[in-house]
Design a protein around this ligand. Structure first.
Ligand code: ZN
Ligand code: ZN
Length: 416
């Protein structure tokens, strides 16, 4: 159910700083550049501020597409069966065209993570698959980092209610807003300087890992003994990076991770999730999977197992890894102790892996590699990219060099 407007609970000055950071740090929107924006209906106050900052920065045209929880549910209530294999291809084709013409992309996250929890998982799965296929040409411009893009978020009341179920709704929205502002570093005096400092710190970590050139990472912890081989010529990234259009942007606000591409054929052992995964309106909890030759051959979950198995059946690449990321357990998001039920936040509280599509920028000279070369070097391809959390203060990680020697990378969830 859509809740009434609680935007009065949100500090307007900090919301404006978030909008400014999204445009100046998140996107580095260029003079004359168009912007494609997507947002939940509740996020109108942030959309308006972002749009104002975009035009002040010289934007060409800003175009916003809204999603609405009630209209999404309407399809599940009244839609005929054939509806669930359809998607708005024309819209995604238009988005792909906009990116080809140089537009930047900004998504405001904040949808109710449990919106579809009580809907038929088969219909949810079919609708997601149809959507993934239609979205692929547009998404490729993003996953190949052709353009500058960013995701930030807005404290939607239905999301706040899930994160703080025991608080009155006004207070839940205020608390979620403050948590978003803190994680996004807009509660500082000079958020733009704070981001420059943070980006420098992440750069230091990725530079060290790139110097080591590990052939694999070995994760051990409760329910976890996993060796993640790294792709040939993999490159670690973190914080700000430069898109193929030459613009240096921060794709995720917040971000605490350094990440790279695993080898799609060289993952062995078993791993357990350390936080629930909220995926397209359903919650998947206590994931336990076993890999052989890079492929998931067994998958269990205490909640949402049927949805998980449908996700894994999307295509062959859905059973293989496309990302491995390191985040210290002491990250500010983890230290807040809040479970956000939102990957943008929860993945930045913990080391994680992602099923599915890899990022071509996570290869040395990635921009010039063909799809065949990326595959030959171990890069995975899939319609999906789903991050889930495997880190905690009980997980240790060793880097394994080509000669088999081991280097401590993390101990009890902290950089060694
Ligand atoms: Zn990640
Ligand atoms: Zn990811």
């Amino acid at each position: 159910m859509t809740l009434p407007d609680f935007s009065a609970s949100i500090d307007p000055a900090k919301l404006d700083k978030l909008a400014e950071v999204a445009i100046k740090v998140g996107l580095q929107l260029q003079e004359g550049q168009d912007l494609v924006l997507t947002a939940p209906l509740a996020a109108v106050p942030l959309v308006r501020l972002i749009t104002a900052h975009a035009y002040k920065a010289g934007a060409g045209v800003v175009t916003t597409f809204y999603s609405d929880e009630e209209t999404t549910l309407s399809r599940y209530r009244h839609g005929h069966d054939a509806s669930f294999d359809r998607a708005s291809n024309w819209l995604y084709d238009g988005m792909a065209k906009a990116y080809e013409n140089g537009a930047a992309r900004l998504a405001i996250a904040g949808d109710n993570p449990m919106l579809l929890a009580s809907e038929d998982p088969a219909k949810v799965g079919r609708a997601n698959k149809a959507n993934s296929i239609a979205y692929k040409p547009a998404l490729e411009h993003i996953s190949n980092f052709d353009i500058n893009w960013n995701i930030c978020s807005y404290p939607n009341p239905s999301w706040a209610k899930l994160v703080f179920p025991d608080l009155p709704i006004e207070e839940a929205v205020r608390k979620l807003a403050d948590a978003i502002f803190a994680a996004s570093r807009v509660d500082r005096d000079d958020p733009i300087a704070a981001w420059a400092e943070h980006n420098a710190e992440l750069k230091k970590r990725s530079t060290w890992l790139n110097g080591e050139r590990f052939s694999a990472l070995h994760f051990t912890g409760p329910g976890t003994d996993l060796t993640v081989g790294l792709a040939d010529g993999h490159e670690w990234h973190g914080g700000a990076s430069t898109a193929k259009n030459g613009v240096t942007c921060n794709p995720n606000i917040p971000t605490e991770e350094v990440f790279t591409t695993p080898h799609a054929l060289k993952v062995e052992g078993h791993v357990s999730s350390t936080k629930p995964l909220s995926h397209q309106g359903t919650l998947i909890d206590d994931i336990r999977v076993r890999f052989e030759g890079g492929r998931i051959v067994e998958a269990k979950a205490s909640k949402g197992e049927a949805v998980l198995n449908r996700v894994l059946d999307t295509d062959d690449g859905a059973r293989r890894l496309g990302e491995v990321a390191l985040v210290p357990h002491s990250s500010p998001i983890s230290a807040s102790g809040v479970l956000f039920y939102n990957t943008l936040f929860d993945e930045n509280a913990s080391c994680h892996i992602a099923l599915g599509q890899c990022y071509s920028k996570c290869f040395l000279d990635g921009a010039s590699l063909s799809q065949d070369q990326i595959t030959a070097q171990g890069g995975n391809s899939s319609l999906i990219h789903i991050d889930w959390m495997i880190g905690s203060d009980k997980v240790d990680i060793n880097g394994i060099r080509a000669d088999g020697s081991k280097v401590p990378v993390m101990r009890q969830g902290e950089w060694a």
